[in-house]
Design a protein around this ligand. Sequence first.
Ligand code: GTP
Ligand code: MG
Length: 456
Amino acid sequence: MAGVRSPFVVVMGHVDVGKTLLLDKIRGTSVAYREPGMITQHIGMSFVPWQAVEKFSGPLVDRLRLRGRIWIPGFLFIDTPGHAAFSNLRKRGGSVADLAILVVDITSGLEDQGVESLKLIQSRGVPFVIAANKLDRIYGWKSVENRPFLFAVEDQEWHAVATLEERIGKLIEELSKFGIEADRYDRVRDFTKQVPIVPTSAVTGEGIADLLLVLAGVSQRLIPKEKLQVGEGPARGVVMEVKEERGLGVVADAIIYDGRLRKGDVVVTAGLEGPKEAKVRMLIMPKPLEEMRDPEDRFMAVEEVKAAAGVRIVADGLEGVVAGAPLLAVWSLQDLPNARRLVGEEISEIKIESDREGVIVRADTFGTLESTVLFLRQQGVPVRKADVGPPTHKDVVEAVLSRRKNPAFGVILAFNVKIPPDVEKEATSSGIKIIRGEILYRIFDEYLKWSQEVKT
Ligand code: GTP
Ligand code: MG
């Protein structure tokens, strides 16, 4: 039997704009307004039920004429904000994320990593809303805890409203440079064409109600309904993080977006060498809040998880699995070859191994590799080879070959990976440039600058 799951929501934006605090505030809201037993906890994400949103948002639900019209069960907020998490939420042909919140500081506009977030969101085709945060910093703004923005704005002195409007106007102008039509959310006529801007404060909680209601409206209008349908078959998911846990060995934190995952299931996922299977020994979830006594005892083992869920998987065979890898459960050995083929195909779409001329790309996960390649393609930069992990001697050789056609291709772009000293040395002696960094657009900007230099 199929059902409708809650949409996955990710939070993105420049450093210090308030992503973490905003998530905390939303989570706090849902805890304070939940019915007992209503909250389900997850690894790596938080469930905020619609009933909690409705109670918290009060009269705004009626003002926006949403009462009785929301059919999504709630939201699943991905708890790790930022580019890498968003990149690792990849799935074939798009993203596991159904919605994004691009947080900007209303007093300073988009900023560098805001722009990068925007480009990433666009490259994966994920609908988004903008939280214009730090509303309480508007000069003369009178704050009331948790008040919806629409009510708050009616209760301000004219000069505070004027300052706010000026800031929003600037933001709209900035966004238009990226081909985005945006407006204050209550002025948006057509959500398929305009991106709503919701003024918020993660400190006072103002505008949080508006943000949640806008997310609900946008979810129902812009997410294809099929994407939210879940079945009861073998799980499909994506690996978000792989790590060593004391006493458990290598574990994978994964997001399951369809089907069911059971203890004892075989899962096919992927490492550097290709598809890989593992047998699930244990599935771990956080305990319900009411059962959590001491912080050391936060987790419990479960027999099964159902989509949508975030879960920690303990399994034999997870060594070397890379974040961003697909995860497919198989319930019958007959299905194993097919699952391996599907995962293999998906991975080979991310990695590139070709004879064409272009740059060499290295990144730390399948997710960040895919984002980097997507980004470069959009900027018209061809890629000769792209792989996960630190650069190798072979990469230097490939870069030398590529340079013959165009000096600007004699380069290795390394996202979030370390450069082995001997590879660095070899690159230097072969005249191959290595550009390394943690921020995509910085790597790209440095590449642009360098490529201009070598051309002249
Ligand atoms: P990174 O994780 O470092 O990228 O930052 P972040 O986007 O998660 O920002 P965070 O939530 O850590 O907030 C950064 C700083 O801004 C903190 O000092 C917050 O207290 C402050 N801050 C966040 N939101 C607001 C807000 O709405 N109003 C005000 N006045 N300060 C805020
Ligand atoms: Mg943060």
